[in-house]
Design a protein around this ligand. Structure first.
Ligand code: OGA
Ligand code: NI
Length: 346
């Protein structure tokens, strides 16, 4: 069944079955019986005392979470509940705009920085994913904000404020992660030079047959770290000890995960872990990841302080540009690009 709709939101509400291009092979479906729904989740870390006498305790918790899970949640992170709620409701409002209004932002060109699109990469992918997304570049703001949607009317101003706050949190986390590896506080800041900051507003419409498709299939994030805000509808799953676990939303927390570049800098001490988003038949879901990236020309490699006879370098150095190109060529697939950059000892 071919659809004439560009965006999934405008198709999803009219179908009783998932169109064939969204249907995954049986071996590649989100089988609910494979998912652990017990009380195990990823660690929840309280950042309240990050700059107090208990900093070293918090750094230890961060180190453990990055080694074992590649994921953790944070509370008392310094971003207000009002701002979180405003961001989520703005995203919801945006995706509820009339089709013609939303389509003004549409593009299927993956090299366009600020755009509304659907699935992952409609030009090259074999299976479609059950999501629409608005991708925004957020740093430096003045280079991009004029390309952002101007509806809802407060969108640019409110999202810009959110971006600034999340940037502060990202920098605090990167310092903490550096220190938790035994590196200087500004180590990551120095190698990465100028950061890139991208944000995605993900919109997962209700799906008539959620067991046949994904919102996003299993993948690792190509960047340094990701800071994800989600609404109160479950959908994120993280691979842990070979099992998928559901990360159920906790209000006013963010989910932080290690991306591929951080795995390289840490020389495999910290893990960039597979995760995915599943959909459900009742409720739309919003998630808003902020991706922290090195600048395209930044040279990425294992920190020399972490290399010795017992820990040879697992990766050769490369620029983020080289990596990102490989990531887009590959598409969203479970194998990650890191293997292509391994040294011969690895
Ligand atoms: C992503 C991602 C998960 C989610 O956008 O990279 O992993 O819950 N999203 O939407
Ligand atoms: Ni991701």
């Amino acid at each position: 069944m071919a659809s004439t709709k560009l965006l999934l939101a405008d198709l999803a509400s009219t179908v009783k079955q998932v169109p064939s291009n969204y249907i995954r092979p049986i071996s590649d479906r989100p089988n609910p019986s494979d998912v652990q729904v017990s009380d195990v989740s990823i660690p929840l870390i309280d950042l309240q005392d990050l700059y107090g006498p208990y900093r070293s305790d918090i750094l230890k918790q961060i180190a453990l979470a990055c080694q074992d899970d590649g994921f953790f949640q944070v509370k008392n992170h310094g971003i207000s509940e009002a701002m979180i709620n405003k961001m989520l409701s703005l995203a919801r409002e945006f995706f509820q705009l009339p089709e013609s209004e939303r389509l003004q932002n549409y593009s299927d060109d993956p090299f366009k920085a600020n755009r509304l699109s659907t699935s992952f990469n409609v030009k090259t992918e074999k299976f479609a994913n059950w999501r629409d997304f608005l991708r925004l570049h957020c740093y430096p703001l003045e280079d991009h904000i004029h390309e952002w949607p101007s509806n809802p009317p407060s969108f640019r101003e409110d999202v810009a404020e959110y971006c600034n706050c999340v940037r502060g949190l990202a920098l605090r986390l990167l310092e903490a992660i550096s220190e938790s590896l035994g590196l200087k506080r500004d180590h990551i800041d120095k190698i990465i030079s100028k950061y890139g900051q991208h944000m995605v507003l993900n919109y997962y419409p209700p799906c008539p047959e959620p067991e046949l498709t994904y919102g996003l299939p299993g993948h690792t994030d190509p960047n340094l770290i990701t800071i994800l805000l989600q609404d109160d509808v479950p959908g994120l799953q993280v691979l842990r000890n070979g099992k998928w676990i559901a990360v159920n939303p906790i209000p006013n927390t963010f989910i932080v995960n290690i991306g591929d570049q951080m795995q390289v800098v840490s020389d495999d001490r910290y893990k960039s872990v597979l995760h995915r988003a599943v959909v459900n038949c009742n409720k739309e879901r919003i998630s808003i990841p902020t991706f922290y990236c090195p600048s395209p020309d930044a040279l990425i490699g294992p920190a020399t302080e972490l290399i010795d006879d017992g820990h040879p370098a697992v990766y050769q150095s490369f620029t983020y540009d080289e990596y990102y190109e490989k990531f887009w060529k590959k598409g969203l697939a479970t194998e990650c690009c890191l293997d292509m950059f391994k040294t011969s000892i690895a």
